[in-house]
Design a protein around this ligand. Structure first.
Ligand SMILES: [Zn+2]
Length: 187
């Protein structure tokens, strides 16, 4: 044996190993990425909060709002503004959705989170009246996902004003009282 390495010294000490960059938040895999059933950006934020065992409000307040508005933002007004406009602002086709996606990408070290909004429709779909103002959901899809042990998430499609019922044509969406979609009678 002609090695000059001191006894007990590991090979890894000779060649420092570069650690891959660490993300501040979990790089949670979006549901349905690249499909028509992709989850919305607000759904992703909610699931990201759950993954960190904090409330969505806390995640917005401590991680997203300071990057969106700057460290000296007026907390009360800007944050309530953000929350009230969150659905259309995060999921739609606008400047805010791009900023939020960029912030989420930087916090998770992902590169694909703009895909959770309607940003792709820029230039060929008018952003005006694109998103619904009230939240809608399909109870059947949610309970099915839960019973199958899958993640609870809100597809981006549920946020579109033009979508009047669950795209999977679940029976529950035919009843106005069962979900946030308008009844078939009012469409
Ligand atoms: Zn459904």
């Amino acid at each position: 044996m002609s090695s000059t390495r001191p006894v007990g010294r590991l090979a890894s000490e000779d060649t420092p190993q570069l650690l891959p960059p660490r993300s501040r938040l979990y790089p949670l895999e979006p549901v349905g990425l690249g499909t028509g059933g992709v989850e919305s950006a607000t759904s992703y934020v909610a699931r990201l909060a759950i993954a960190h065992t904090v409330s969505t409000w806390s995640l917005l307040k401590c991680e997203i709002a300071p990057l969106l508005y700057g460290p000296d933002f007026v907390f009360r007004n800007r944050l309530s503004e953000l929350v009230s406009a969150m659905g259309s602002a995060f999921n739609g086709e606008n400047t805010t959705c791009r900023k939020v996606a960029s912030i989420l990408n930087s916090l998770t070290l992902r590169t694909d989170l703009l895909s959770l909004s309607m940003a792709f429709s820029r230039g060929f779909v008018s952003p005006r009246l694109l998103m619904r103002r009230e939240q809608a959901w399909c109870p059947e899809c949610l309970s099915k996902s839960k019973s199958e042990g899958g993640p609870t998430y809100w597809p981006l499609l549920w946020n579109l004003a033009a979508v009047r019922s669950c795209p999977k044509a679940c029976a529950g969406c035919a009843r106005e009282s069962a979900c946030g979609f308008p009844s078939s009678q009012s469409s």
